[in-house]
Design a protein around this ligand. Sequence first.
Ligand code: CTP
Length: 413
Amino acid sequence: MNIAAKIEQHLSQQSLALIKLISNEATSLGQTVYLVGGVVRDTLLGYPNFDLDIVSEGDAIKLARRIAETTGLKPRIHSRFGTAKISQGKLSLDLATARCETYNRPGALPSVTPNTIQADLSRRDFSINAMAIQLNQKYYGDLLDPHHGKEDLEHNLIRILHPQSFTDDATRILRAVRYEQRLNFKIEPETAHLLQRDIPMLDTISGDRLRHELLLTLQEQYPEKIIGRLGELGVLQQISLPIEDTAGINNTFNIARQVNKSHNLPWLYLCLLIYKLSKAQLNQFAFRLKIAGRLKNILQDTIDIKEQLPLLDNPQITNSDIYHILLGRPPLAIQANIISSQSLAPSLHLQLFLDKLRYVKPLLSGEDIKQFGIPSGTKIGTTLKLLLKAKLNGEITTRQEEEKLVSRLYPTR
Ligand code: CTP
């Protein structure tokens, strides 16, 4: 079967130009090249995809170097894996030597050896991701589909290629659900049975890989659908995320999308996802997924703020008290609490901090205060704090009022 027309129809002009170039260079090097994986799946479905995965029966690194010479683009080469990556704006191109994989133990990264395109397709996760399109001119557009992926696409099915697939690599459990929910497909019954059987195999996967998969899930358009399904299957429990009722996130994720249009939306989703956990449960989850650094702090602060909400649930609270409760807390952790907190007063106080209070500063500097005859040292700091407090609480606003306050504090000078 030839699908050249589909490629021309669904890939961008930029992708097509790059593909033509690769095809010519590969032919001149005596290599056979194929488009593989997600871009083939999406092209058949008529969806855009800017991640070109290309496999060569030949030395992919040599090919990448040749493309770099012709285009001036800089490849990132991974000699150990025989792969190279080239980026051009939105477009990303991965080049790999066709290979087969063997898993020395479940969950380990596989050992790879060069092989044919057929072997390369057989090592893949699902039939819909195990198709290839020939790119060399003579056979341009020929579809290789040894695992009947096209048929599964037509029947909306996610199917593994062999019964040990989830045992070899249990991250495929998360991937299966991600594709099922993203594409609105069904996991084929035998695959579903094996997926359920192999959920304990998630214990063989490293924290780094699990974290990577979970963050990929949170980058999807509607991650709550995937999370809901993972919850039903018992996957969340297995990865130390004991969430009893995932229905609540349908609403909170939806609000998150409306209020946060930035690149850190997936992190906000994660804050909302862990919101109901206790501190101890969060620590266990962070330990299992090796979540560290800034992300870990944001998650911990989310729970810390949640525990302090009763303090903010006081209509008499002053702005300066709100300020001191929330000072130094990351905006994402505050945003997560605004979205998830059930009561109005704390939410309003959190929003006030986020929109206004955190930016409040006295107009007078330490230097200005010295002019009042106050020696440098702790008194300057204390004065600045008093100015800030008065300013936060709306007692003073102008520079003149600040000066008046300082004069009042130190009348003898
Ligand atoms: N793959 C696999 N097993 C995995 C991960 C990836 O077999 N655990 C294969 C699949 O053939 C997949 C390809 O590697 O199509 C590329 O992986 P990835 O970039 O993660 O997925 P895409 O198919 O490009 O899909 P997405 O749209 O989610 O990026």
